[in-house]
Design a binder for this molecule. Structure first.
Ligand code: FAD
Length: 392
């Protein structure tokens, strides 16, 4: 074979892209993919920006593919787009849903075992079918406001994008867009460990088993430097486990349990959570034990019988803000409440609520908190969600 001469490329290789959207969802993870699908299905022109190369976040890059909990005390409390995605993943994978009747001995018996690879495919497919534009490998560099719109400068390899949008939904897990705007975020001095998931031994059976996990103490998702350190620490810890057998599966990233939470218009406290407080502006349920991991492990504290916590819209709205909503594990809450709220079914439900509120706010040219609550709840119900309150 003869070598061909290559011409040097001096033309400049950065593509400039300009996007106008009603709703920009930043972060295409557990909450973000659902938020984008909801916003687009509600008719909003939606851009979903994900710094990785696939959707699903902690479920797919982190490999935490056992979403819970959609059911409580013998009834379904979270449905809608997250349930549609998770249940369809199980069905198309030939898997089986748990028996949801009654109350299981262990809460984990009601979690779904999903095939993380199929989930990423279906989440992307549903986004595209809903009309969501996806921008992988991109992230915001700066966010400014001008004449009631957001101007967001974004970057990716070889790309500079300028987004003009009415509403931002921050689903980055860390509330990164909120942080870029200089709005306050909450974070404990100590945070729960992250985990690196892997499998040693026989072949990995996605959707049929849980992966092994090593704790990554001090794992911090604040920025690329701390994320790099967490990935290196996680891989080193896996390397030390290899005596246990052949490595047949390793997730690409350490998964993070805790980072920044927004300081919202309401902060959900542990008392609110364990008492199942029905907030007057509740937009979804959450259900999981208080589940704080420490250096010594975790002792889940189950909720008392018939308690089902709720999430108010105001816990998704950064305090004093207009036109930005946050959803997912960064929900405004204290550490103990957050240790239960952060699970995947709840993140999906918050994502759907945020997507609905953002789409309506963009359509009505109002801030999300000025949209009549009944409009948001009606839209959520139309899209299969369960809204806490009288008409459940
Ligand atoms: C080890 C572990 C075990 C767990 N066990 C369970 C369990 O058994 N059951 C359960 O239901 N939950 C469990 N959880 C909790 C749950 O998985 C997470 O809290 C939840 O998935 C978080 O969802 P999220 O949407 O907030 O964030 P993520 O799913 O992490 O999504 C955030 C997304 O934003 C992207 N992003 C971040 N910054 C930017 C940026 N600047 N620009 C663009 N994109 C960005 C990320 O790449 C990612 O895709 C566990 C968590 C961990 C870590």
């Amino acid at each position: 074979m003869t070598a061909t001469a290559e011409k040097p490329d001096c033309a400049g290789s950065v593509a400039s892209v300009s996007t106008k959207a009603d709703v920009l969802v930043v972060g295409g993870g557990t909450a973000g993919a659902v938020a984008a699908i909801q916003a687009a299905r509600a008719g909003a022109k939606t851009l979903l920006m994900e710094m990785g190369g696939q959707l699903g976040g902690t479920m797919t890059a982190g490999g935490v593919a056992f979403p819970g909990l959609f059911h409580a005390w013998g009834r379904q409390v979270i449905a809608g787009i997250g349930w549609e995605l998770a249940a369809e993943t199980v069905r198309r994978d030939g898997g089986a849903l748990p028996d949801f009747t009654g109350t299981p001995a262990r809460h984990s018996d009601h979690q779904l075992h999903i095939n993380q690879f199929l989930y990423a495919l279906l989440a992307e497919d549903k986004c595209l079918k809903a009309g969501v534009e996806i921008a992988y490998y991109e992230f915001p560099l700066s966010i400014e406001t001008s004449a009631g719109a957001w101007l967001v400068e974004c970057a990716g390899p070889g790309t500079r994008r300028r987004v003009a949008c009415r509403q931002i939904v921050d689903c980055t897990g860390n509330a990164e867009a909120v942080g870029m705007l200089g709005m306050p975020r909450l974070r404990g001095e100590e945070t729960q460990p992250g985990s690196m998931l892997f499998k040693c031994g026989a072949a990995y059976e996605p959707g049929r088993e849980q992966l092994q996990a090593v704790y990554v103490h001090g794992a911090d998702s604040s920025n690329s430097v701390t994320r790099t350190a967490a990935n290196i620490a996680g891989r080193r810890a896996v390397l030390e486990q290899l005596a246990a057998g052949r490595l047949v599966h390793l997730q690409p990233e350490t998964a993070f349990r805790e980072s920044f939470r927004i300081l919202g218009e309401v902060v959900i406290t542990r008392e609110d959570y364990v008492s199942g407080r029905l907030f007057e502006d509740a937009v979804c349920h959450a259900f999981y034990p208080v589940d704080l991991h420490t250096k010594d492990g975790v002792k889940p504290m189950p909720l008392a019988e018939n308690v089902v916590p709720t999430v108010p819209l105001r816990a998704l709205i950064p305090r004093g803000s207009r036109n930005i909503i946050a959803a997912g594990r960064c929900v405004s809450s204290d550490r103990l409440a957050n240790s239960g709220l952060r699970v995947q079914a709840s993140c999906m439900a918050m994502g759907q609520a945020a997507g609905a509120a953002a789409a309506l706010a963009a359509r009505q040219k109002r801030a999300p908190l000025d949209v009549p609550l009944e409009d948001i709840r009606r839209l959520l119900r139309e899209h299969g969600a369960i809204v806490p309150g009288a008409r459940e």
